[in-house]
Design a protein around this ligand. Structure first.
Ligand code: NAI
Length: 247
């Protein structure tokens, strides 16, 4: 039996990186996946990679910063499938600068996607999950929420904020049968860290007990666990998937 058989899953940011790997992994586990992303080209690329499973991956152009768009998309998914079992709040961006150089617009840009986007999707989708008294919401934090990171005031604020949202929602939504957890990835080999100099990456590997950076599959597997019935008694927690960088 596949662990997500028959489940309807929305994956934000499913067009690339961790989200793409998660889409492919969820399909193998039997889920129908709806990708919400703003990058159509990459989403179509993800769909092609699904091969025989193409029919069970839908792409919807949804800018998670916009509540009306999110609400409309939520209604469409619910009307079509009759339920939403899983929300993976994975879309995220960086825009790094030291506090000295960070422009207010740069601060706001990251808040809008990484925090407001998570709120928008969590609110709209949980309303539908409440109707069914069932659901799994997984928010994407980061190892930097625990440790801070040079040049990332905006990003760290959002990733710490996501942990706060996870704990509030776990308390509020438990009575509706909805589990809410967060995954805090370490440094994962995706486009997002391509801009990090190799010397810095080497230093990060050195600080990781398992001696390597993470792969998108490492995070996708954690998302599967927290979306499946194997984690039914887990809520309000932050699962670090970082090779042991933080414990
Ligand atoms: P990525 O850049 O490969 O993928 C992010 C996706 O989000 C892209 O497809 C992008 O189009 C989409 N997106 C951006 N803004 C959006 C919006 N307004 N509405 C809808 N979709 C939007 O990034 P990656 O590396 O796969 O990261 C995924 C998540 O994991 C992010 O939340 C990131 O902060 C988090 N993370 C990543 C780490 C890493 O080392 N790669 C480490 C820790 C956390």
């Amino acid at each position: 039996m596949k662990s997500l058989e028959g489940k309807i899953a929305i994956i934000t940011g499913g067009a690339s990186g961790i989200g793409r790997e998660t889409t492919l992994t969820f399909l193998k586990e039997g889920a129908t996946v709806i990708i919400w992303d703003i990058n159509k080209t990459n989403a179509e690329e993800t769909q092609k990679l699904t091969g025989e499973h193409t029919s069970v991956v839908e792409f919807m152009h949804v800018d998670t910063r916009n509540y009306t768009e999110v609400e409309n998309a939520t209604n469409k998914v619910f009307d079509k499938h009759g339920k939403i079992d899983i929300l993976i709040n994975n879309a995220g961006i960086t825009s790094d600068s030291t506090l000295k150089k960070m422009e207010p617009e740069q601060w706001q840009k990251v808040i809008d996607v990484n925090l407001t986007g998570v709120f928008n999707c969590g609110k709209a989708v949980s309303l539908k999950m409440m109707e069914k008294n069932s659901g799994k919401i997984i928010n994407t934090s980061s190892v930097v929420a625990h440790n801070g990171n040079f040049g990332q005031s905006n990003y760290v604020a959002t990733k710490s904020g996501v942990i706060g949202l996870t704990k509030v929602w776990a308390r509020e939504l438990g009575k509706y049968g909805i589990n809410v957890n967060a995954v805090a990835p370490g440094f994962i080999e995706t486009e997002m860290i391509l801009s990090v100099p190799e010397k810095v990456l080497e230093g990060l590997r050195g600080k990781t007990p398992l001696g390597r950076l993470g792969k998108p599959q490492d995070i996708a597997d954690a998302y599967v666990f927290l979306s499946s019935d194997k984690s039914n008694y887990i809520t309000g927690t932050v699962l670090n998937v970082d090779g042991g960088m933080v414990f």
